[in-house]
Design a protein around this ligand. Structure first.
Ligand SMILES: *Cc1c(COP(=O)(O)O)cnc(C)c1O
Length: 401
């Protein structure tokens, strides 16, 4: 197929991704360095707001500590921070990396921020100096007192209790002693007490019992624990008893069901707020017997049109997409074939060309039926968490409403 230069220029000129729309893009790429053929992420502010409202209704208006870790689940941590911060249902934001906590403060976020990742003493001071609360589960009361003394005010912490996940957190059977010690220190403001479920529905109930027993005993002894929180997105669907004083979802706020079957449950209406799109870089016809991809992973069994998209696993589009995912171009879903390489995906258009042209917008996933992240997950086995959180931070983010 011959693509004339004129044709190419026309299709490029028709691209709606103008310098003006790129001006809202999150760092690091300056707009001028972003090719109109680079894949990009759309972040839908309206959908994000709608999901926050739906979650808030589900939890009876309890405050939401919104998890925005891992670059805001792909949306850009500053982007989601700015959108969530003003919403009344949002109590605060939670991240795992100090850099993200700082990026949120730099973006103007005023609400509480909880750093859920481990932090060394030097960075404790840096976090506290910018009013970032830290998740604590080891006996570091003295270090926190030192930081508080240096800053001239108490350091906000949430104590993390391990009730059975076996990850971080002070084991529940030994937590009372640590919490009493921390709560008694002048340099510490106990801003919350938290745990994480294993998401094994039966064991979750046992975990909740352990947490309640611990917290109940401490509170009857006069220890002020701050809001108690445990529920991630999974618990929003499974376990209303776990909502406690505050909930701590991530994925649901981005409008994606943590488990695709939850979609049919009717418990919570979610609309994806994230889309991954790219533009067709090339269209060609393969004759029967010709191949596509490394190792000739695909061999045409008939004469067939294929399109190449400049998006691959280095952008966060998983390799397993080649095992059943479909990409939408001009309103039709076309299967991913061969293998997904670092920067390329090949889709089979079929014996008919369907008018697919270079420069056509291709939806890898978005919020339309059949293209939702859950649809991709069901089709090829990719986790919805990987689809969102593995999106390369270098991809341009475009805010849409
Ligand atoms: C990621 C995370 C969450 C949110 O989980 P989702 O499944 O995205 O709702 C909650 N709590 C902790 C400790 C986390 O690490």
């Amino acid at each position: 197929m011959a693509i004339t230069r004129r044709r190419f220029v026309q299709s490029a000129a028709a691209l709606p991704l103008t310098a003006a729309s790129l001006s809202q893009i999150a760092p690091p790429a300056p707009a001028s360095a972003v090719s109109l053929f680079d894949p990009w992420v759309d972040v839908h502010a309206g959908h994000l707001g709608r999901n926050v409202e739906a979650v808030s209704r589900r939890v009876g208006g309890r405050p939401i500590l919104a998890v925005v870790k891992n670059n805001g689940y792909g949306a850009g941590v500053a982007n989601v921070g700015r959108l969530l911060d003003p919403l009344p249902a949002i109590h605060g934001l939670a991240v795992v990396k100090l850099q993200e906590a700082m990026a949120l403060r730099d973006a103007g976020v005023r609400k509480p921020i909880l750093l859920m990742g481990p932090v060394d003493e030097r960075h404790l001071e840096e976090a506290a100096s910018r009013d970032v609360d830290v998740m604590i589960y080891t006996p570091i009361g003295e270090a926190l007192d030192r930081v508080a003394a240096a800053l001239g005010r108490a350091v906000g912490i949430h104590v993390c209790v391990d009730t059975g996940i076996g990850r971080v957190g002070v084991p529940h059977s030994r937590a009372a002693e640590l919490i009493r010690d921390l709560a008694a220190r002048r340099g510490i403001r106990l801003a919350g007490t938290m745990m994480t479920f294993t998401e094994d529905p039966e064991f979750d109930r046992e975990q909740l019992r352990r947490f309640r027993t611990l917290c109940g005993a401490l509170e009857s002894a006069g220890v002020r624990l701050g809001p108690k929180h445990a529920a991630s997105s999974f618990a929003l669907f499974q376990n209303p008893d776990s909502f406690l004083d505050m909930v701590r979802p991530g994925m649901a706020l981005y409008g994606i069901y943590p488990e695709p079957p939850f979609r049919a449950s009717g418990v919570l209406e979610l609309t994806p707020a994230l889309a991954l799109r790219a533009r067709v870089a090339y269209v060609k016809r393969l004759s029967a017997g010709e191949s596509a991809g490394y190792n000739r992973a695909y061999v045409a069994s008939r004469d067939v049109w294929v399109a190449t998209l400049p998006v691959g696993h280095a952008d966060g589009w998983p390799r397993v997409a080649a095992k059943g995912a479909r990409v939408r171009i001009r309103g039709t879903l076309f299967p991913v074939i061969a293998s997904v390489s670092a920067s390329h995906t090949i889709v089979e258009i079929g014996p008919d060309r369907h008018d697919v042209e270079i420069g056509d917008e291709a939806t890898v996933f978005d919020w339309t039926e059949g293209s939702r992240p859950e649809d991709v997950s069901v089709a090829c086995g990719a986790s919805v968490y990987d689809l969102a959180m593995h999106l390369n931070p270098l991809l341009p983010r475009r805010m849409v409403t």
